[in-house]
Design a protein around this ligand. Structure first.
Ligand code: CU
Length: 344
């Protein structure tokens, strides 16, 4: 009895010690740096985008209890075997083998656990897949060993984003904690907007990873992968290439600056781009689109019906079809309009 009390006392002390450790660790969690790793941090990076919130929920609420339960169960079974069935406690071991009931349980139970996890896992995967209508598209290309960003709709040409060298951190006013995270030319995006990333690579496989947004997508040569994020707050967010891609793999960080819409528009202008999409400028009235459609051969039916005489007299079938009031070219024109500039 006395021994039991002592054991209980020790258990309480151990629990208190764990409690104190957790409690003292809690402020560290609360102070976790946003958008970059925290020295000594043990939790996931704080979320700054919807997908990351979902991923953290999946990890903390679904996976961790399952993992903890399985670990404790296995630990308990091991302890039971060690103490109950050692040579001293169990001098004459049983000689039977196989137990159908037990084997069915340890086959079916893991299946049930995996199906349970998959219900939430698939929901998260679908959330990654079901991108909302994007407000902005950035093309990301992985190179040995830097990243290139391009804003096709804003006319910002591809530019290279290199890591800030260690000896330049101070002169740029950066802390040494962002060494191998900071880039000289970051990607810049507006806050609260859905950003679509089109990701590819020029040489070997790289991967875009940015923990605060929950991003991790491979950059594969000859292939375009897609992912998205919607930054919830302004700030500087760091990520890294996450596919072993060569000797300088550790030196190609990803820096995303999330700014206000006004700042973003100023930045686009400073890069020689425009907030008015090119496609809208190219087809204001539809006249250019009609000529385009004619030359690209889209309204084949129209050209065929008016073509014989028109072609014979003027030799320019497109001009003829455009001016003929009854020509069917009028109909294909709207459909062809968005396609025409894209073909250029
Ligand atoms: Cu890489």
């Amino acid at each position: 009895m006395g021994m039991g009390t002592r054991a209980l006392g020790r258990a309480k002390a151990a629990a208190a010690a764990v409690g104190i450790a957790l409690f003292s660790a809690a402020p560290t969690w609360a102070q976790d740096l946003l958008g970059q790793p925290t020295p000594g941090g043990i939790d996931l990076q704080p979320a700054a985008a919807p997908l990351k919130h979902d991923a953290i929920w999946f990890h903390n609420i679904v996976l961790m209890p399952v993992i903890t339960g399985i670990t404790l169960l296995v630990l308990g079974l091991l302890a039971w075997i060690v103490f109950r069935y050692n040579k001293k406690s169990n001098p004459t071991p049983a000689r039977w083998s196989h137990n159908t009931t037990v084997e069915v349980i340890w086959t079916v139970l893991p299946v049930v656990i995996l199906v349970f996890i998959s219900l939430f896992s698939f929901r998260l995967l679908f959330a990654y897949h079901d991108m909302p209508e994007p407000d902005l598209t950035v093309k990301v290309t992985g190179n040995q060993w830097n990243w290139a960003y391009e804003y096709p709709d804003q006319g910002v040409a591809e530019y290279i984003s290199n890591m800030v060298p260690e000896d330049e951190l101070a002169e740029r006013g950066l802390s040494h904690s962002v060494y191998r995270l900071a880039a000289d030319e970051p990607m810049v995006v507006p806050v609260g907007k859905t950003v679509r990333l089109l990701i590819t690579a020029s040489d070997v496989i790289h991967a875009v990873a940015l923990p605060a947004f929950g991003l991790k997508t491979d950059a594969v040569p000859g292939r375009v992968n897609e992912t998205w994020f919607k930054a919830e707050r302004t700030g500087v967010f760091y990520g890294q290439c996450s596919e072993l891609c060569g000797v300088d793999h550790a030196f190609m960080p990803i820096q995303i600056n999330v700014v206000t819409q006004a700042e973003f528009e100023r930045w686009i202008a400073s890069k020689g781009g425009s907030m008015t999409p090119k496609t809208a400028e190219a087809a204001p009235g539809g006249t250019t689109a009609q000529v385009e459609a004619g030359t690209t051969g889209a309204p084949v039916v129209g050209a065929a019906t008016t073509g014989p005489e028109a072609g014979a007299t003027t030799g320019i079938p497109t001009a003829q079809t455009a001016t003929t009031p009854t020509a069917p070219t009028v109909q294909p024109a709207p459909a062809a309009a968005p396609a025409a500039p894209a073909a250029q």
